[in-house]
Design a protein around this ligand. Structure first.
Ligand code: SAM
Length: 281
């Protein structure tokens, strides 16, 4: 990294600021310049982009984003210990890095974007990564304020995000992601790339919002998928009983004996629309 931006190596930064990684904050840091650069550029060149980063930590990915041309990075970090290290990066790139101390689960990302179209790029803390993704996927209005999401997950979660109907990884996450985005696993990252290494392999997932997803209400779809996959081995007439059971399924032309993992995304949207209609006053 020093060769690219003239800032000290990350290992020195971590030692100087006493940033011992904390498991409770999902802290697995990336210190390899080639890798942070690869993540930064997964969705194409960054020139003139505004990037929102969750969990910059000591700033490895943040530095790659700035060194590779992001016009502005807004980084949200919960661990106050990291702020002095991030302030040094901000000083090195005047006016290009804003740091917000806080919990990304409580932050209003649309307000931060402030009407600009932004890219969200993050090596997410694993303990909140899935919840953050679901929040972004359920954003209203759609198309959303972000142009793309480039996010690190445990490999198994990445596979659930891109899963297709009929596969064992297909579930609520795959339906929500497939409904509103085109998603792909960009590449895998081995445990040894992180400090400290996690137990499992990770994957960088890239998601691009669809401009016109099937029309349906996000909350209703979320509810239907939660019920259907909550009892994924049961037939839909049983798992969706509380939402309307057989009459609901018949209204959508879906065999009540099918199981959740056989349903196409369009069929989940039809169910969500029917649930909305049935509950309308
Ligand atoms: N981006 C850095 C890197 O790639 O080396 C650090 C990534 S580390 C996996 C996750 C980071 O997210 C940590 O710095 C951690 O403190 C931060 N974090 C954890 N929970 C958070 C939350 N709820 N909101 C914001 N940041 C959080």
């Amino acid at each position: 990294m020093a060769a690219i931006d003239g800032l000290p190596p990350l290992r020195d930064v971590i030692a100087r600021h006493g940033l011992e990684p904390r498991k409770s904050l999902g802290q697995n840091f990336l210190l390899d310049l080639n890798l942070t650069q690869k993540i930064a550029l997964t969705g194409g060149p960054l020139d003139n982009s505004t990037v929102l980063e969750v969990g910059p930590g000591p700033g490895g990915l943040t530095r790659a984003l700035l060194a590779n041309g992001a016009q502005k990075v807004v980084a949200i970090e919960r661990d106050s210990r990291c702020l002095p290290a991030l302030a040094e990066i901000a000083e090195h790139y005047p006016g290009r890095l804003d740091i917000i101390e806080g919990d990304a689960l409580k932050v209003d990302f649309a307000a931060i974007a402030g009407g600009q179209t932004i890219k969200i790029i993050a090596n997410l803390p694993y303990n909140v990564g899935t919840q953050l993704l679901v929040n972004w996927l359920l954003t209203e209005p759609w198309p959303p304020y972000f142009q793309s999401l480039t996010l690190m997950f445990q490999k198994e979660v990445g596979q659930r995000i891109v899963a297709l109907p009929g596969s064992s990884a297909y579930g609520r996450l795959g339906v929500l992601a497939g409904w509103r985005t085109e998603s792909r696993i960009a590449f895998d990252v081995p445990p040894q790339a992180f400090t400290p290494p996690p137990k499992v392999t990770s994957s960088v997932v890239h998601l691009i919002p669809r401009k016109t997803p099937y029309s349906c209400e996000a909350k209703a779809l979320s509810m239907v998928t939660q019920a259907a996959f909550g009892q994924r081995r049961k037939m839909l007439r049983q798992s969706l009983k509380s939402l309307g059971g057989e009459p609901l399924l018949s209204a959508c032309g879906i065999d009540p004996q099918r199981r959740a993992e056989t349903l196409e995304i369009k069929e989940f949207c039809d169910l969500a629309n029917a649930v909305e209609q049935m509950s309308a006053p």
